[in-house]
Design a protein around this ligand. Structure first.
Ligand code: 4AD
Ligand code: MG
Length: 457
């Protein structure tokens, strides 16, 4: 018997025709016992919609089914595809055989009513069975695949940079230390690597080495930050997509960022309309229009200095006062994109003193070739820069941030041996998913969130 994913049965022009026999596997969303027959809604995660199964009382295990099968149970169903008289679906399955694969008792927490996202977080192992987390997971998958496609189609080499590192890429001291030293044991020379080791905050430094061999590369993997930020936009473990290009400057990198975002959002709109509709209807009204607009229209490019003057002129009391030289806070970023521009913005050329050591100094002596992509509702979703390729200036910048140039020897070598201008950015993948779905909390767009005091599951 052909085993079929439910989404293929529900497609408008399904190749599976009425009258044919198929087998589906899935989990029961609801079972209604009508005495002579029962209706079962079965979902296998392949689509938002479930398929309706009709279990007739002449099935040999009918009594067992209506007695034992409840919401959450796993079934394997074989039957004939029949036209559905009900509205909302074209097709249903008239079961000839229902195998109970896994029973589910009444303590199953996902009974029919809607649950708060907060509650669902406490059952992270079961929440992918809900409509909302199911849709988030499919959208995450789609964005993951189209991200690879975007870069592969443009001949960017996919590089797997290490997760364990000895250097702090962002120089912000927000790294998780890893060690095999036992409690009370001292001295990092006795430690596994013979020196302090950490989980990486970004693959960028290693990515640069590969860009300076292949020109265009990207790394896409988990990154870790021990910042104690209990917000709806921060995770301790998140995924970052980092392209890096040699023979490229700041403008090349923000053009790439815009092309990338427009591409992945267009693909999502084309192929995942049903899942997006759920968010459009229940989570973020107007989401689809917003995404369509963003996918089609150029982003606004804004100098940091211009951004500051917009904020200074704003008739709004900010918690963090604005003046040239400050790092933009989330409230500032949101004002610019949500109230002033009403669309995403690319802010470039930030003060060098608030940005990472590797960003290229501009000739004005005050700014560096940084860029942040800011989106309404989220704030920063990408951060990038043209990298400082001048050896002596880079050494000075490393020292100025109280970092040890000796630790960055290999990174400095890249400036001595065939160095070129190069540039890249990092996209916070979960922030992209938040933007694409309108989901309020970043902890609901990653399967098992890690955040301060949150590591169950
Ligand atoms: O701006 P960030 O810190 O940039 C870098 O790490 C560069 N090395 C990237 C590069 O140029 N290759 O981080 C990049 C993005 C941010 O714009 C944000 O979207 C996301 O990563 N991000 C986080 N996402 C979730 N939780 C956190 N704690 C995050 N910190 C940063
Ligand atoms: Mg940043």
């Amino acid at each position: 018997m052909t085993k079929v994913k439910i989404k293929y049965l529900l497609e408008e022009h399904s190749k599976h025709k009425v009258g044919t026999s198929i087998t589906v596997h899935g989990w029961v969303r609801t079972l209604r016992d009508q005495k002579k027959f029962a209706f079962i809604e079965l979902n296998d995660g392949s689509s938002l919609a479930s398929i309706q199964i009709i279990a007739d009382s002449d099935l040999e295990n009918f009594a067992e089914i209506v007695e034992k099968v409840a919401t959450g149970a796993a079934l394997s169903v074989t039957g004939e595809l029949v036209k559905s008289p009900g509205k909302g679906q074209n097709i249903e399955i008239k079961a000839s055989k229902i195998k109970i694969v896994g029973l589910c008792d009444s303590s199953y927490p996902l009974q029919k009513k809607r649950h708060s996202f907060e509650f669902l977080r406490s059952i992270a192992h079961l929440r992918p069975r809900t409509n909302s987390l199911g849709a988030v997971s499919r959208i995450r998958n789609a964005l993951f695949m189209s991200s690879h496609k975007f870069f592969q189609d443009r001949d960017f080499l996919s590089v797997q940079t290490p997760i364990i590192t000895a250097s702090d890429c962002e120089g912000a001291g927000e790294m998780f230390r890893i060690t095999t030293l036992k409690e009370g044991e001292k001295g990092s020379s006795k430690d596994f690597f013979g020196k302090p080791a950490f989980l990486t905050v970004s693959g960028q430094l290693n990515a640069e080495a590969y860009a300076l061999s292949f020109s265009d590369i990207y790394t896409f993997g988990p990154t870790f930050r021990a910042e104690n930020s209990n917000t709806t936009r921060h995770l301790a473990e998140f995924w970052m997509l980092e392209p890096e290009m040699a023979f490229a400057d700041l403008k090349d990198t923000y053009k790439l960022a815009e092309d990338y975002l427009q591409y992945v959002l267009s693909e999502l709109l084309k192929n995942h309309h049903k899942d997006l509709s759920l968010f459009n209807q229940f989570i973020s009204k107007g989401l689809i229009d917003k995404l369509e607009h963003v996918a089609k229209n150029p982003f606004e490019v804004l100098e940091y200095t211009e951004a500051v003057s917009i904020l200074e002129k704003a008739k709004k009391q900010f918690e963090y006062p604005v003046k040239w030289g400050i790092d933009l806070q989330s409230e500032h970023e949101r004002y610019i994109t949500e109230e002033h521009l009403k669309k995403p913005a690319i802010v470039i050329n930030y003060p060098k003193d608030i940005k990472a050591f590797y960003m290229r100094n501009n000739d004005d002596g005050k700014t560096c070739a940084a860029m942040d992509v800011l989106c309404p509702g989220i704030g920063e979703i990408m951060g990038g820069a043209q990298r400082e390729e001048r050896h002596n200036i880079l050494v000075e910048k490393i020292k100025a941030m109280n970092l040890d140039p000796k630790e960055y020897q290999w990174y400095l070598d890249l400036r001595r041996y065939g160095g070129t201008p190069h540039a890249g950015f990092g996209l916070g993948f979960e922030r992209l998913i938040q933007y694409a779905t309108g989901m309020e909390n970043i902890r609901d767009v990653i399967p098992f969130p890690r955040a301060p005091k949150q590591i169950d599951f």
